[in-house]
Design a protein around this ligand. Structure first.
Ligand SMILES: [Zn+2]
Ligand SMILES: [Zn+2]
Length: 397
């Protein structure tokens, strides 16, 4: 089934250096969610120069979409790549390391953009023999789960009508150059919440005359973990994490308010609903025990679980085996990380698979950390598998 090895291998080899250079350029110039102006401009220019119909500014965002109509009849298939970077300062010492202090491509999205552009350019070179229509979705703001929804609302899956959607995430948790695929739930849902605690301020020496919101917040923080461990079935993964506590000004002043900010992650929509519902009562009642008030609010739109479709996942698995061999293709584990690719996969069948970029030295390079570093061996592998997936999916036969 490999459509790349026999006829495309020369083009793929010829593209290798450009692929790496392109990724390094994006790495050098990272841009935060919804601010990916330079990135989107390069995407639009390159796709336009290859003859694709290019749309930018979709839904008022930095999204870019390229549409490539093949000359032969076939299916309409989308390839999705996320394009944003993170607010981190990189520690890598390399000429292509981030040139912008405080911003870094620490999740591999620079590689996703480079693979997406190269994939589109390669397909465009053989437009005359290409079946169907390829739709390239370059999505901003994945890291804040903000980019997919406005693209879908703006109709990127409708005009032309997309039948399937695919994409890949590079990951340092998979060996360099290996591919990991999982059918069904594979990445957790994520919902962000705030807890506002209101007490009564006063002097640190006389807490009995105050209602200390910090003590209340501390009890809420510890108590909410029991909600997961005592009310959610042990076989259902769920994680509550508070990532931020904001309160107070000084050693000896009891403040009036305290705020907790956190996230809830699960794989099961029922568990998600259950915890979201219970958390509000839990928070309020713990606060009442201390005569304080607390209010829970979830951000309007969370990110659902990434659920890969069975047939499309089996199809990607076969396409990957054909490209890199069965020894280098495994089953991906369920991971508590989240990705708003889930929204595209709620709309259309498809599969979001992983390509390994783990370093050869065995030292962990976690995503979203300043020491994140990509083993670029994953780039050509990702490109080849992506090309094989698209060629087979577009083909009407
Ligand atoms: Zn990320
Ligand atoms: Zn990511």
């Amino acid at each position: 089934m490999s459509k790349t090895t026999r006829t495309w291998s020369e083009e793929l080899s010829a593209r290798h250096d450009d692929l790496v250079t392109l990724r390094r350029d994006f790495h050098r110039h990272p841009e935060l969610s919804f601010q990916e102006h330079r990135t989107a401009e390069i995407i639009a220019t390159r796709l336009h120069n290859s003859g694709l119909d290019v749309r930018t500014g979709i839904g008022g965002t930095t999204a870019a979409v390229g549409i490539l109509h093949g000359d032969k009849p076939g299916h309409t298939v989308a390839w999705r790549a996320d394009i944003d970077a993170l607010p981190l300062t990189e520690i890598l010492d390399a000429p292509f390391a981030s040139g912008t202090s405080g911003i870094m491509h620490a999740c591999g999205h620079d590689g996703h953009v480079a693979i997406g552009i190269t994939l589109a350019e390669l397909l465009a070179t053989r437009r005359a023999e290409m079946p169907g229509t390829a739709v390239f979705l370059f999505q901003p703001a994945e890291e804040v789960f903000g980019g997919a929804r406005p693209m879908i609302q703006a109709g990127v899956l409708e005009n032309p009508h997309v039948e399937q959607v695919y994409g890949l995430h590079l990951t340092t948790q998979t060996p360099g150059g290996h591919v990991a695929v999982r059918s069904g739930p594979c990445m957790a849902s994520a919902d962000f919440f705030d807890v506002e605690v209101r007490g009564k301020g006063g002097h640190g020496a006389f807490p009995h005359l105050s209602i200390d919101p910090i003590t209340v917040a501390a009890n809420i923080l510890l108590g909410m973990q029991n909600l997961v461990s005592r009310e959610v079935a042990a076989k259902e993964p769920a994680v509550l994490t508070v990532g931020q506590i904001v309160s107070g000004t000084k050693h000896n002043i009891i403040p009036v308010t305290a705020t907790l900010r956190g996230s809830l992650r699960t794989f099961n929509a029922e568990v998600r609903e259950q915890v979201m519902e219970r958390l509000g009562a839990f928070v309020t009642n713990i606060a009442h025990a201390y005569e304080a008030e607390a209010h829970l609010s979830f951000a309007d739109e969370g990110c659902p679980t990434v659920i890969n479709h069975d047939n499309e996942s089996a199809f990607v698995h076969r396409c990957a085996v054909d490209e890199v061999g069965a020894d280098c293709v495994g089953e991906a584990d369920m991971m508590m990380g989240s990705d708003d690719m889930s929204l595209f996969l709620e709309e259309r069948p498809g599969c979001y698979f992983r390509v390994g970029i783990a370093p050869n030295d065995g030292v962990p390079r976690p995503h979203h950390a300043p020491e994140f570093e990509m083993n670029e061996v994953g780039l050509p592998v990702g490109l080849r598998v992506a090309l094989n997936v698209m060629l087979n999916a577009l083909s009407a036969a």
